[in-house]
Design a protein. Sequence first.
Length: 144
Amino acid sequence: MLKGFKEFILRGNVIDLAVAVVIGAAFTGIVNAIVTSVLNPAIGALFNAKSLEAALPMVIPTTGGGHATLHFGAVIAAVIQFVLVALVVYFALIVPINYLKRISFRRTLSTIGPEATPPTELELLAEIRDLLATSPAESRPSGD
């Protein structure tokens, strides 16, 4: 039982996931600081409010005679934060990784030669079709 647990923990996926969670938490702190300390006050200044969370309040009456305040600025701040995180993840992670994959693929292609390019999906499907057509009917799985 402990051997299985040790194998599970030492798998690369678990360690990679743990690192991603820690880095993600630290990155969230940075993005939150930028949004709450820089962007929210700047956008809040456009609406003559101290911060974006306080901007665009809407006061509505309640059935009990009081009132409730809806803070649309807080929703706008959350959307801005989401867009910022998505932009940073895309430009800091996805773009460089795709670039490195393209370089690696070109390097691999140059070592094996252009005549050894991998077949397209259509070529693979045609090959499978041809193999199925030439195989004996009794060795094929039934469609039941």
